[in-house]
Design a protein around this ligand. Structure first.
Ligand code: GLU
Length: 306
């Protein structure tokens, strides 16, 4: 019987330097992979040029290296994989599950039911573009069935795509491929067996599982880690002025992430060498010790801008 080897990945979007929140996702996916003697791939999700910051990809790679997290194989860049996303779109067109939508964001916001995940697409263009409208985005038909996400940590999420999300975009009005499509195509192409990422992406997972089913691709195992939030319970990001993790404080940052994920620590973690600390963290990685909440407060010192 073929034994599938664990293959994990870290898939940052190059929208800025790594901050505490992205370090949690990087370390969580890295430790989970290495604890299981698995591979850890790196994929730069540079699919959305308007949101990118020049130099951010290289900065992220350098930071990971300086932290001591080494990845396997070449780095993959979504910007170089358009033909694979196109092929997946063609397959979905042939299956008859896609349609052109002529609605603007504003029109949808004005007429849609709002849920936590945003506006539910009201289905305006589902049965053909209304007269006089030109195609903008491409959407996939959703079905009135519940999808449940088994997660290694979080309570199982049940989502009814049709009523909670609605038909969703796979190709945007600006012609860019959607994150949902690209991530599904790439995780399958890279034969990722285990996705470890922030719980802010839990709500996206049913959309990804639905696309996997339509495209006949396997569903990986999921582990959604608590997301670091500030005192207003907002996710750390450039907008919430999260501080970039700098190189001088990386030993402390590793310890702080381990504490954040409530992982066991050696007796004097500050005195351990970099390699000793990593080896300890890999050996003692314990998913059952991580709080199964979607958010956790970030340590104060990562919140203030420098
Ligand atoms: N690129 C996404 C982000 O930086 C993560 C995608 C994923 O892990 O599926 O938020």
């Amino acid at each position: 019987m073929a034994i599938t080897r664990y293959r994990g990945r870290f898939a940052p979007s190059p929208t800025g330097p790594l901050h505490f929140g992205s370090l949690v996702a990087a370390m969580g996916s890295y430790l989970d992979a290495r604890h299981q003697q698995g591979e850890w791939l790196l994929r730069i999700e540079d699919l959305d040029p308007p949101r990118e910051i020049a130099g951010a990809s290289d900065h992220i790679l350098r930071t990971l290296e300086q932290f001591g997290m080494t990845w396997d194989g070449p780095v993959s860049y979504q910007s170089q994989r358009s033909q694979h996303y196109d092929a997946a779109l063609n397959q979905l067109w042939q299956q008859g599950v896609l349609y052109h939508c002529g609605c603007s964001r504003q029109e949808i916001a004005d007429s849609a039911v709002q849920t936590e995940a945003g506006p539910v697409y009201p289905g305006t263009c589902r049965n053909g573009l209304p007269p006089g409208r030109s195609p903008r985005s491409v959407r996939v038909h959703t079905e009135a069935i519940a999808i449940s996400v088994p997660d290694r940590l979080q309570a199982p999420l049940q989502q009814q795509l049709a009523s909670e999300i609605g038909d969703f975009v796979v190709r945007r009005a600006d012609k860019l491929f959607s994150y949902q499509l690209a991530v599904v195509v790439d995780d399958a192409a890279q034969q990722v067996t285990d996705v470890v990422r922030g719980a802010d992406l839990l709500d996206s997972t049913p959309r990804q599982m639905y696309l996997q089913q339509l495209l006949g691709l396997p569903t990986p195992s999921y582990l959604h880690l608590p997301v670091a939030v500030n005192s207003a319970r907002a996710k750390l990001s450039k907008q919430t002025l999260a501080q970039a993790v700098t190189v001088d404080d990386r030993h402390t940052a590793v310890i702080d992430v381990l504490r954040f994920l409530q992982q066991p620590l050696p007796e004097s973690p500050q005195d351990a060498s970099r390699d000793e600390l990593w080896q300890w963290a890999i050996d003692h990685w314990d998913v059952t010790a991580i709080p199964n909440s979607r958010t956790l407060p970030a340590p104060m010192e990562y919140l203030q801008p420098t």
